[in-house]
Design a protein around this ligand. Structure first.
Ligand code: ADP
Ligand code: MG
Length: 696
């Protein structure tokens, strides 16, 4: 195991490699760019590019790519070789600063929501020096942002970087008020916990639904599910251990801090968590982690399922987004601290988050909205679609005492005056009991638990960064000119708690009572993606994003359109796949089985008139009735699909997919599953839930 430190980051052009391979002044210029977000001039870029190329060639690399994250949710690459022709007909290996900094992939086949008119197919990629270049599959990958020629963001990285800048600016203003003038930069940090399923590749390949949609569209409940709770944290099976070991090694080579791994609640479900890093890097790393999870599974004859709900009736997969704010020197600003003064600063940042989550519940909900995640949120396994916040009883008691001025009645009772008294120490384990909360304070960070497992974490984090930046901006506006800082601070914190405490809920988020209570408190309950998305372009949200230069209004409308379209397209593919399976596989299979039963009954009767054929007859009758219904439901789904397709308006179309197509799919599935439970296994065209969930 002493090879791990050597292995770690071996495929990354990281700080250590740069220090080793760059001239001192180039290294310094690079460092400044990375740490302070300064731009890099071409002469420096040339030197960096050359060093990067030599390093890559020493590892057997011949090609490079600008690696970017278009709105499709997966990463994109276009490979170019380092080869350059010389006058005398030979080749040399070259890589210029210009090629490093800027690329021009054809943008026409990526979604743009109308931003890039078809005659202007070009877009460009721009190097993001804050995320290290790395080698993947023998290709030098350069993390880049992707924009249209007009400079509009066409990807997930650009707005995320803009939001990092927004929160940096506002947090520095606040820190200054507390006398912290030496802090250079504030970043947000993220550690995403990633859930996934592993099944046999042979089973995966036999299922059109898994191959095309990532989730099963048919499948009767297995005799055993997760009721015994024997999987969670249980012993990991040898095949999975081997998989996890190789995955860890691959991730370590890329400098990804894969740390914990364990079994999850559902059979065949697992989790991987990395050590946190800056949000931008964590986002790139999570994309790579998902890609490698799939690849390594393939090498182990398994398929890794990252869909939010691969199996109906079995726990789905999410992604817990642990988030905090930190100075570039690594001081966590959500750490309560030990002195009254630090506590006051902590309370102000805490209040910024409380206010942000309350003011922008809709944006947080939208940031986790997708066709896949709709199967989880509110389904008693994941947080509900209602956004609320858990702070724990102790911290809630403290906030209450601050608001009312009454003594705090917790374990360590006493006065609680901001800037005068020390916060009672609340241990981490008392803050993280509630697993049902969508947004929980866990001692020194927040855990946003509504994300779906396939998500890029870019969206939720750019929302978090921006909404907290807005709270901080308002606080700074109010406090900067205040004659008596302490008094104004106290008044502000008291007011924020009073105005926003409705968002705090420490109880069971899965309960019916909470739904009613949340409604009483005036909290939003946006049940589906289709309910949530339209709020994205509300006046208040446009004002927010344009104020902090995250999106222009045009970019927001484009994104809104892409999100609606993605929803419709996902459902379209699912419905079409279901119809294909129903007509080509399931219907013929059931018909063949009915035929066998009928022949059997006829032959038995030919042996003797009095032969008992009641079982065959009963089964034939039941299957025939189901099959007839199944056929009607196929027709109904086809009709619903046509109706949704015909809607020209993206919002109306999305609604039609939700109300018409999805509902028809559910009906068809119910009948399909019913027939599966009555049909002989040898006739059923697909591996069953038991086959898939209990065989790896
Ligand atoms: P928990 O017990 O609450 O699950 P862990 O310590 O196991 O907490 O951490 C869970 C995840 O949270 C890990 O990915 C970890 O790196 C991440 N994390 C811890 N501290 C921070 C922080 N300050 N900012 C962002 N993520 C963090
Ligand atoms: Mg956790």
């Amino acid at each position: 195991m002493d090879r791990i430190p050597e292995l770690f980051g071996s495929l990354v052009f990281n700080d250590e490699t740069m220090k080793e391979r760059l001239p001192k002044d180039t290294y310094k210029a690079m460092k400044k760019t990375i740490e302070e977000g300064k731009s890099l001039d071409l002469s420096v870029a040339n030197v960096v590019a050359n060093a990067m190329k030599d390093w890559a060639i020493s590892k057997g690399v011949t090609h490079f790519t600008h690696w970017f994250q278009p709105m499709t949710g997966v990463t994109a690459e276009k490979h170019d070789s380092f080869i350059s022709a010389t006058q005398d007909g030979n080749v040399i290996m070259e890589f210029s600063g210009k090629e490093l900094i800027k690329g021009e992939p054809d943008a026409s086949s990526f979604p743009s929501g109308g931003l890039r008119a078809t005659f202007e197919a070009r877009g460009y990629t721009a190097w993001d020096p804050t995320s290290y270049a790395f080698i993947k599959d023998g290709i030098l990958c350069i993390p880049t942002a992707f924009c249209s020629y007009g400079g509009e963001a066409l990807d997930k990285k650009t707005p995320l970087l803009r939001s990092m800048e927004a929160i940096n600016v506002q947090a520095l203003r606040i820190l200054k008020l507390f006398g912290k003038t030496d802090v250079k930069r504030v970043v947000t940090t993220v550690g995403p916990e990633q859930e996934y399923f592993l099944i046999n590749k042979s089973d995966y390949l036999k299922r059109e639904d898994l191959r095309l949609c990532g989730r099963t569209l048919f499948g009767a409940k297995p005799p055993k599910g997760q009721e015994l709770d024997d999987h969670y944290f249980g012993a990991i099976k040898p095949r999975v251990v081997a998989y996890m070991k190789e995955l860890d090694e691959e991730l370590w080579k890329l400098g990804i801090l894969a740390k914990t791994k364990h079994n999850e609640v559902a059979p065949s479900q697992h989790e991987l968590a990395p050590i946190f890093s800056s949000t931008n890097i964590a986002t790139d790393h999570n994309q790579l982690t998902m890609e490698l999870m799939r690849k390594v599974a393939d090498r182990h004859d398994m398929a890794c399922l990252l869909h939010e709900k691969p199996f109906d009736g079995v726990n789905g997969s999410g992604k817990h987004n642990n988030w905090s704010i930190s100075t570039s020197d690594g001081v966590n600003l959500l750490e309560p601290g030990k002195s009254p003064y630090d506590n006051a600063q902590f309370l102000l940042f805490l209040c910024a988050v409380i206010k942000a989550v309350d003011d922008y519940q809709d944006l947080l909900r939208i940031s986790v909205a997708s066709a896949g995640n709709d199967h989880r949120l509110g389904a008693n396994e994941a947080p509900p679609a209602i956004v609320s916040m858990f702070v724990g009883d102790e911290l809630e008691g403290i906030l209450e005492s601050i608001e009312t001025g009454k003594p705090y009645k917790g374990k360590s009772a006493g006065e609680m005056e901001i800037g005068v008294h020390v916060l009672p120490h609340f241990r981490k384990d008392t803050t993280d009991r509630n697993r049902t909360s969508p947004f929980a304070f866990t001692g020194n960070k927040f855990e946003f638990r509504m994300l779906g497992s396939t998500f890029s974490i870019s969206g939720p984090n750019l929302v978090l960064n921006t909404i907290v930046a807005e709270s901080l901006a308002q606080f700074a506006d109010e406090l900067e000119g205040a004659p008596d800082f302490q008094a104004s601070l106290k008044a502000l914190i008291q007011r924020v708690i009073r105005e926003h405490k409705r968002i705090i809920f420490n109880g069971n988020n899965y309960s019916e009572e909470w739904v009613a209570e949340a409604e009483k408190r005036g909290l939003l309950n946006l049940k589906s993606t289709v309910d949530a998305l339209p709020l994205f372009i509300s006046e208040k949200n446009i004002a927010l994003f344009t104020k902090h230069h995250i999106f222009t209004e045009t970019e927001m409308h484009a994104r809104y359109e892409i999100l609606l379209e993605n929803y419709g397209k996902t459902l379209h593919i699912e419905a079409a796949t279901m119809l294909d399976m129903a007509k080509k596989d399931i219907l013929p299979a059931v018909a063949s089985y009915i035929n066998e039963l009928s022949q059997c009954a006829v032959r038995k009767a030919s042996v003797s008139d009095t032969m008992d054929c009641s079982a065959e007859k009963a089964l034939i009758a039941r299957l025939s009735a189901s099959l007839a219904r199944f056929y009607q439901e196929i027709e109904a789904l086809e009709a619903a699909l046509i109706q949704a397709e015909e809607k020209a308006d993206p919002r109306e179309s999305a609604e039609s997919y939700h109300d018409g197509v999805l509902a028809a799919m559910e009906e068809l599935r119910r009948t399909g599953d019913e027939m599966e439970s009555m049909t002989a296994k040898k006739y059923w065209p697909y591996p069953s839930y038991s086959d898939m969930l209990f065989s790896v």
